[in-house]
Ligand binder design. Structure first.
Ligand code: PEP
Ligand code: MG
Length: 319
């Protein structure tokens, strides 16, 4: 099966009628970069930097992070690297940080909230990333942004990071900026933030969790966790449509993107890029290159008119 899929590796990533989709890889550490080369991914669409905080008892300093980001760029041979700043908190607990115990960690100090409360740590990470950007193509994105105030604060800290680098005569490059859209608030507030963004990445794992109020780590819920509720589809579709209006690139980096049965729906809704687990990439690509964009659009329109999880599931399995 895997060998049969290898045939797709070098094909262009487009439908029979020529609609192109960029397929990138999600990675959590440097070792995984070789596996994305094996499946012909178009660079990294999600580098989960909080994995740098596992199996260690300190946050790597600016120099160490700079080295890691440069190494990642180097292994990518010029392909794009999308770095997500630390997504600390909730299910990504980092013991050595001694975060205060929270009753509802998923609703607590996580993602960008943690970074904004620890500006020194955040500026250090931004400086390392901006310096690495002098050596390659980097996109930078922020997890758990819900509203404009947070994004404005982020850009203020980025300005401070740049000033510090300039004052030290340290070379740095430019990056593209994006947010992970992973809360209903981010979807509803997106229009106020898009002017400052080069791209958006839909985090369907958390978007599903927060839309359905269903803990993604609760085994009882995970077994029949309905990833394709009409509500989630509506929020994904709203995100894509707002991005299209302002010509902002829109990606999806949650597990949903790794499901080849869901590919026609996502492409039909207008997604530009998917970032997925490298082990799913070729199966998703196989589905893409065998399909027609026009048929995918009709399929997406049909699904958007459905109001139950079951009927959506059926339509997806029948297509
Ligand atoms: C997501 O929430 O969909 C996502 C891609 O990020 P993570 O799974 O790391 O929270
Ligand atoms: Mg997330």
């Amino acid at each position: 099966h895997l060998e049969a899929l290898q045939a797709y590796k070098n094909l262009p990533s487009e439908t029979l009628d020529g609609h192109k989709i960029t397929l990138r890889a999600n990675v959590g550490n440097l070792n995984e970069i070789s596996s994305l080369m094996e499946v012909g991914a178009d660079g990294i669409g999600l580098f989960r930097t909080e994995f740098l905080l596992i199996n260690t008892d300190t946050i790597p300093n600016e120099e160490q992070q700079y080295q890691i980001y440069c190494d990642a760029l180097h292994s990518l041979n010029g392909q794009q690297l999308t770095i997500r700043t630390f997504d600390i908190g909730a299910d990504k607990d980092i013991p050595f940080l001694n975060q205060a115990l929270e009753e509802n960690p998923a609703l607590g100090v996580r993602g960008i909230r943690y970074s904004l409360l620890h500006p020194k740590m955040f500026i250090q990470q931004i400086k390392a990333i901006l310096r690495a950007a002098a050596h390659g193509n980097i996109r930078l994105m922020f997890p758990m942004i819900c509203q404009l105030e947070e994004l404005n604060q982020v850009f203020k800290l980025i300005d401070q990071a740049k000033t510090q680098l300039q004052q030290g005569n340290i070379v740095f490059g430019i990056v593209e900026y994006g947010i992970v859209v992973e809360t209903p608030a981010a979807v509803l507030n997106l229009s106020s933030m898009l002017a400052q963004l080069d791209f958006v990445s839909i985090g369907s794992n958390d978007l599903t969790q927060y839309t359905l109020a269903a803990d993604r780590t609760n085994p009882q819920l995970v077994s029949d966790y309905p990833p394709l509720s009409p509500a989630v589809i509506k929020l994904i579709s709203m995100t894509i449509e707002q991005c299209k209006l302002l010509d902002v690139k829109v990606c999806l980096c949650g597990e949903l993107g790794g499901n080849n049965k869901v590919l026609p729906l996502l492409v039909g809704m207008g997604i530009d890029e998917l970032s997925l687990n490298p082990s799913n990439l070729l199966a998703v690509k196989a589905r893409l290159v065998k399909g027609n964009y026009r048929a995918f659009c009709q399929h997406a329109d049909q699904i958007k008119s459905l109001s139950t999880i079951d009927s959506i599931d059926q339509a997806i399995n029948q297509f």
